[in-house]
Design a protein around this ligand. Structure first.
Ligand code: BGC
Length: 731
């Protein structure tokens, strides 16, 4: 049976090869079966049904943010595409999961997978066919990039693993995932006009990397982005869509345009785009496919076979995820939350990073009887938690950034509410100053055993401007004059703890100048469980166990990247975030991978076992690229011991240094991590399985992933700068 299916696929492959577009050979049983069903079903479709399946019905013309035509003859519905990456936009009773960046900050693959699975379950219960996430672009090379928080941070390995876990989780629940925004969409300013110009190696080793993992995870769809890529619109870039995604990565699913990111009828069809959304511009005009695609077929400017390929990809993704049987109908009012708040809380909590804890000011203990809570972010926006369109607000407790990647909150646990409740249970009292006025903050802080002062920084998608920030943040300072607030509070109270909620890095230098600042809790971007997650950490019910998914520098110039006007030539190449800090010997304030705990961990006994061989990956093409790229070729282990007196969890990290024979590369690159829960005194083994890909560089002349010859450096540690063990692999 399987051989018959593969034979059918081979025939299709040959047919498409004739078009000059090597058709995806889904070298995978599940896809092969789905392609066969799609092929059969397509035979029953009329010409106009085919066009309908790949064309949105027009902006605001259907129940979801994106809707296609249907095909009754094969039981195919009007496909419903709905945002987004942290839950279901516009849903009435949905979970506001912790955003992607917080998930990355947990470094916990089980939680990340469960988050995906629960999001997928909510989508299915609501009848959403395609959930528009997760996000790997922006990758986050610019620290103030507006939408970085929707994804998993600027390290391609961490993002790649998070994409994989999320997509597999989502699709295991039956929804089609959509990896977006493909590709090089790193800023909001000018996103609709700028060209991102990048060299081949940087493209592969940074930006394409997590999309490759997404394809490997069998993602059903990919969204092409607004920007240009090396001069061509992303949704018309044959280089990006056909060559990289479909030919090189063997992507068997469909490419959908970002909303109104299509520019021409023919160019997009020929470049490899498979579905246009929302099918018109935002005024309902400018329909580029639909009838115009039909005309283009008629005139021969777009081959019928290309449209058949689009249809087949769209149908195959539907069959692949099993949506052809018993899929619910769309219902925006359905209460789909189940027990998912548990994951929302766990991710929010385990993504919290303890940055500073002088004199053991945390956890709060029996001696803490008077607590001051200070700052407008400690309480919910008095105007209402959903009062601003797509969360584009500038005040109140922060759950997420703003834009299409948001949901309507059914509740938001504000820090003050959760702290107050917990303090009462402990017999402690809480004084609140719910403003950012330094004088009032200082007054509240006076005489308290501890002062908790809340700062925030917010960002989002470029169609909304908040407080003069056009999506991207204008700077890396805390909002609402947070530095002045902290200064006043710290002068009034020697046990000041700063709690930061932010979409990305903030410069903490002026805050650290205050002797009264004993603690800094980087609480990240928590979703609906904001206060609950924080309380779990403050009182030590959970030992802090998150680690930074990006670097915190000391001044804006430290990152070497910033929002550009005009085109972006990606001159920094491979050197973004810690790769840049390491190469240029810039001392970060808090480095990538950093995070404190209430306990201590020791590292010992590194073992390295390798079967890696030099040379290019040569395996058969499967989703994700040559199959052998994903084979484990080396295993490294280390013993981690909780050497302190309380239970905790450690994220051990593995960084690879390529041998001298490779072209110049970043000094260290993350290529493994393991999170180990360890009771006090307990030891465990961190195991890092390195895939062939993890030891390869992109050879631009051979156009292949190549494992170089020589000695690889293997560094295992508690952060990118706290290396505890070293080993080598010789190839
Ligand atoms: C965003 C996408 C989103 C789409 C539909 C666009 O503005 O860039 O991320 O999925 O809108 O809402």
């Amino acid at each position: 049976m399987i051989s018959k299916i593969l034979a059918a696929v081979a025939t299709t492959t040959a047919a498409f090869a004739q078009l000059g577009h090597a058709q995806t050979a889904p070298n995978d049983e599940g896809w092969a079966a789905a392609y066969q069903k799609a092929e059969t079903a397509m035979g029953r479709l009329s010409a106009s049904e085919k066009i309908g399946l790949v064309t949105g019905v027009g902006w605001d013309k259907g129940p979801c943010v994106g809707n296609t035509g249907s095909a009754g003859s094969i039981g195919y519905p009007s496909l419903c595409l709905q945002d987004g990456p942290l839950g279901l936009r516009f849903g009435k009773s949905v979970t506001a999961f912790a955003p992607g960046i917080q998930a990355a900050s947990t470094w916990d693959v089980d939680l990340i997978r469960q988050r995906g699975q629960y999001m997928g379950a909510e989508a299915k219960s609501m009848g959403v066919n395609v959930m528009l996430g997760p996000v790997a672009g922006a990758l986050g090379k610019i620290p103030n990039g507006g939408r970085n928080w929707e994804g998993f941070g600027p390290d391609p390995y961490l993002t790649g693993i998070a994409m994989m876990e999320t997509i597999e989780g989502m699709q295991s629940s039956g929804v089609q995932a959509c990896a977006k925004h493909y590709i090089l969409n790193e800023q909001e300013v000018n996103r609709n006009t700028m060209s991102s110009n990048v060299d081949d190696r940087t493209m592969h080793e940074l930006y394409l990397w997590p999309f490759a993992d997404s394809v490997k995870a069998n993602v059903a769809s990919v969204m092409c982005s607004y920007n240009k890529i090396n001069g061509n619109w992303a949704c018309e870039s044959e280089e990006a869509l056909q060559k990289l995604l479909k030919d090189e990565l063997g992507f068997p699913g469909f490419v959908v345009s970002d909303w109104d990111a299509q520019h021409t009828t023919e160019g997009s069809a020929k470049a490899g785009m498979d579905m246009t959304m929302p099918g018109s511009n935002y005024d309902g005009g400018n329909v580029l496919w639909g009838d115009r695609l039909q005309q283009a077929i008629g005139s021969g400017s777009v081959p019928q076979s290309r449209v058949d390929d689009m249809v087949k990809r769209v149908l195959a993704s539907w069959y692949y995820t099993g949506q052809d049987t018993g899929y619910p109908r769309f219902n925006i009012n359905a209460d789909v939350r189940g027990n998912h708040a548990e994951n929302a809380r766990a991710v929010a909590r385990d993504g919290i990073v303890l940055l500073k804890n002088d004199d053991g000011v945390l956890p709060l203990g029996a001696g803490t009887s008077k607590i001051a809570v200070i700052g407008s972010a400690s309480v919910n926006n008095p105007a209402g938690i959903n009062s601003c369109v797509d969360r584009g607000c500038n005040t109140g407790a922060l759950a997420m950034g703003w834009g299409s990647g948001t949901v309507d909150l059914t509740y938001l646990v504000a820090p003050h509410d959760a702290i107050n409740e917990r303090a009462r249970a402990e017999g402690a009292s809480v004084t609140l100053s719910n403003s950012d006025d330094p004088g009032r903050g200082a007054q509240a802080a006076q005489g308290a055993d501890v002062a908790l002062v809340f700062i925030t920084a917010n960002s989002g998608e470029g169609y909304i401007e908040v407080d003069g920030n056009p999506g991207d943040r204008n700077n890396l300072d805390p909002w609402h004059n947070g530095n002045a607030l902290v200064k006043a509070v710290a002068a009034a109270n020697p046990n000041t703890i700063v709690v930061a909620h932010s979409t990305g890095p903030i410069i903490l230098e002026s805050i650290l100048e205050n002797a009264g600042v004993k603690g800094i809790v980087w609480a990240g971007l928590p979703g609906q469980e904001n206060g609950n997650a924080l309380v779990d950490i403050l009182w030590g019910d959970t030992n802090p166990n998150g680690k930074l998914p990006y670097t915190l520098g000391k001044k804006p110039g430290d990152w070497g990247t910033s929002v550009v006007q005009g085109d972006d030539n990606f001159r920094e190449g491979l050197y973004i975030d810690y790769r840049h800090f390491d190469k240029n010997n810039i001392e970060p304030r808090y480095e990538f991978g950093f995070g404190l705990s209430y306990t201590t961990f020791e590292y010992a006994d590194i073992t390295v076992d390798s079967t890696a061989t030099a040379g290019p990956a040569t395996g058969d093409l499967a989703p994700g690229g040559p199959k052998d790229l994903y084979d484990t070729v080396a295993t490294v282990t280390a013993t981690i011991t909780n050497s302190g007196s309380v239970d905790g969890a450690e994220v051990a990290q593995l960084y690879v240094t390529l041998p001298a024979s490779a072209p110049e590369a970043p000094p260290k690159q993350l290529r493994g991590f393991a999170k180990l829960p360890l009771t006090a005194g307990e030891s465990g083994t961190a195991t890092f399985n390195l895939r062939r890909k993890d030891l390869s560089f992109w050879d631009t002349s051979a156009k292949k992933w190549v494992v170089p010859e020589g000695e690889f450096g293997i560094s295992v540690g508690a952060s990118s700068r706290d290396i505890r063990l070293e080993g080598t692999i010789t190839v």
